[in-house]
Ligand binder design. Structure first.
Ligand code: MN
Ligand code: MN
Length: 468
C-alpha cells in the first residue's frame, strides 16, 4: 500500500481506539477511580442502600437538602430524595435556568429476587422463602449461588427495621437449589428460559426444627417456627410483618478484579450502578458549571420505570419546575432547552456469543463509554431516537475533552432489544441520548465492566457538566 493510500485511509476512515493503547497512563488512573466504585457496589446492593450511600457522599461533599422556594446562587449544591429510593443532586449554574439544565439520569435498581408478601413456608422439614423475580433475569443463573438478604420491614409498632444478612464474614447466606446432573434428564429437555422456573426460585433458609422442652407432641411446621423464632429474637418481627416489608435477595459476593491483568471488575448490579457512581462523582466534581446540573439516580428502571420512584412518574418534572420557579422562569422553556444523558449500560460484544451482535455497530470493552442513538426492539419500537443535532453536540463535548467513546446498538437487528429511561425524559420535551458503560454478562448475578470504560464514562459525564 502506498503512503498516499495510507494517508487517505487515515483521513477518510474511522475506528474507535482501544483506551489502553491510546492512553497507557490511564490504566493507573482508572485503577484508582475504581477503588471507590467497588466500595459503592459492595455497600449498595439495593436502590435504598444506593440512595443512602449517595446521600452520604453528597453531604460529605457539602451538598444540603433542597428547599423548594428558596433562592440559590451559582455554585450552590443541593440534593433531594424521593421516598428513600431515588436521589436528585444539583449544582446551580452560572447561566439563567431558562437556557436549560444538564440532566444525567442513571438507575440504582438491579434485577434480583424479591420476597413475596407471604414468603415463609416449610416442606419436608426444610424452610424456604417464596420469591417473585424483579426485572429481566435469566432464572437458571440464580440457582446454587450464595444470596444475601437486604431490605426493610415496618413492624406493627411502626418501627422500621433495616436488615442485611449474608454480606459480612461470618454471616450465613442463602440459596436456590438445583438438580444434580444424575437426575436432570427431564429438566435438561426444558428450554433454557425454563431451566429453573419462576416458582422454583425458592430460597432455602433453614432446616432445624423448633424444640419444645415441655412437650413431646409433634409440632406442625417446626422448622418454619424455628426460623420465625430466630427472626423474632433478632428483629422483633412476626410472620405478618413480611406483608409490611420490602426484602430483596441479591448475590452475596463482593466486587472482584477479573483477569490476570485485573483490567475488569466482576460484580452484581453494575447495571446501572456503574453509571450512578460515575454520574455522582461527576456531579460532585462540578464546581462552577455554566448550566445547572440535575443528576438523577432513579429507581424502577428494570421494570419499565414504573411507580412513583421510577422516571415514568412526574417527580423529575416537579423537581425541575421547583428549580424554574425559584428563578421565576417558565419551566417549559427550561425543558425545551435542556439536554439529558440517559446513562445506562449497553451490551458489550461477546466473542463467545458473536451471532447476536452486528460487529460494526456493537460496543466493545476498553473502547470507552458507548453513545447509543436509539434502543428499542423490532424497528426501534418504544425507543428514544436521538437527533443528529444532539449526537453532534454530545460528540463534540467528548471529543473536546479527549474522552474515549464509541457507538453501539443493543445487539443485531431483531436479535432482541431493550429500553432505558431515555423515552420518559424525552416525553418531557427534553433532548435525550443514551450513554453508558459496555457490560459483559449483563443482568447476570455477576456482570463484567472494564475499568478503563468506567473511568472514561466518568470523564464523559464530567465534560458534559463542564461544557460551556
Ligand atoms: Mn440499565
Ligand atoms: Mn438493565
Amino acid at each position: 500500500m502506498s503512503e498516499k493510500t495510507k494517508e487517505l485511509q487515515k483521513k477518510l476512515l474511522w475506528e474507535f481506539p482501544h483506551i489502553g493503547k491510546k492512553y497507557p497512563d490511564h490504566r493507573e488512573k482508572a485503577e484508582d477511580f475504581c477503588q471507590g466504585y467497588k466500595e459503592y457496589l459492595d455497600h449498595g446492593k439495593t436502590e435504598r442502600e444506593c440512595a443512602a450511600i449517595s446521600v452520604r457522599m453528597l453531604e460529605e461533599a457539602g451538598y444540603r437538602p433542597f428547599e423548594p422556594g428558596k433562592a440559590y446562587a451559582p455554585g450552590d449544591k443541593v440534593y433531594w430524595v424521593n421516598r428513600k429510593k431515588a436521589v436528585i443532586a444539583t449544582t446551580f449554574g452560572r447561566k439563567p435556568i431558562e437556557e436549560g439544565v444538564r440532566i444525567n439520569g442513571a438507575h440504582i435498581d438491579s434485577p434480583r429476587l424479591d420476597l413475596k408478601p407471604v414468603p415463609l413456608y416449610e416442606k419436608n422439614d426444610i424452610a424456604y422463602f417464596k420469591t417473585h423475580y424483579y426485572g429481566g433475569l435469566r432464572k437458571y443463573q440464580w440457582g446454587t449461588i450464595p444470596l444475601a438478604l437486604h431490605g426493610v420491614i415496618i413492624r406493627e409498632d411502626g418501627a422500621e427495621i433495616t436488615v442485611s444478612v449474608g454480606e459480612e464474614k461470618g454471616e450465613p447466606a442463602f440459596c436456590v437449589t438445583d438438580l444434580l446432573p444424575h437426575l436432570s434428564a427431564e429438566q435438561n429437555k426444558r428450554p433454557l428460559s425454563e431451566g429453573i422456573k419462576g416458582e422454583e426460585l425458592n430460597i432455602l433458609i433453614g432446616s432445624m426444627p423448633f424444640m419444645d422442652d415441655e412437650s413431646d407432641e409433634k409440632i406442625k411446621d417446626a422448622v418454619k417456627l424455628q426460623v420465625m423464632a430466630l427472626l423474632n429474637e433478632k428483629y422483633g418481627i412476626t410472620e405478618k410483618d413480611f406483608i409490611r416489608a420490602e426484602i430483596e435477595m441479591v448475590p452475596a459476593f463482593h466486587a472482584r478484579d477479573i483477569g490476570f491483568d485485573r483490567s475488569l471488575i466482576g460484580a452484581y448490579g453494575q447495571d446501572d450502578r456503574v453509571c450512578a457512581y460515575t454520574a455522582l462523582k461527576a456531579e460532585i466534581a462540578a464546581v462552577s458549571p455554566a448550566y445547572t446540573t440535575v443528576t438523577v439516580l432513579t429507581d424502577k428502571e428494570e421494570i419499565g420505570s414504573e411507580g412513583n420512584t421510577g422516571l415514568n412518574s412526574d417527580y423529575l418534572g416537579h423537581y425541575i419546575s421547583w428549580l424554574a420557579k425559584a428563578q421565576d422562569a417558565d419551566v417549559k422553556k427550561v425543558l425545551i432547552n435542556s439536554i439529558c444523558l440517559s446513562s445506562d449500560v449497553n451490551a458489550a460484544y461477546d466473542p463467545t456469543f458473536s451471532s447476536v451482535y452486528e460487529p460494526g455497530n456493537s460496543c466493545y470493552i476498553n473502547k470507552g463509554c458507548v453513545l447509543t442513538k436509539y434502543t428499542g426492539a423490532r424497528g426501534k419500537s418504544a425507543s428514544n431516537d436521538a437527533s443528529a443535532e444532539l449526537m453532534a453536540k454530545v460528540i463534540k463535548i467528548m471529543d473536546d475533552a479527549g474522552v474515549c467513546w464509541q457507538t453501539g446498538e443493543l445487539g443485531a437487528v431483531d436479535a432482541g432489544g431493550g429500553g432505558t429511561i431515555a423515552k420518559y425524559v424525552a416525553s418531557m420535551n427534553v433532548d435525550v441520548v443514551d450513554l453508558g458503560v459496555p457490560i459483559l454478562s449483563m443482568h447476570a448475578p455477576f456482570e463484567l465492566a472494564s475499568k478503563l470504560d468506567v473511568y472514561h464514562t466518568y470523564l464523559a459525564f464530567k465534560a458534559f457538566y463542564e461544557a460551556e
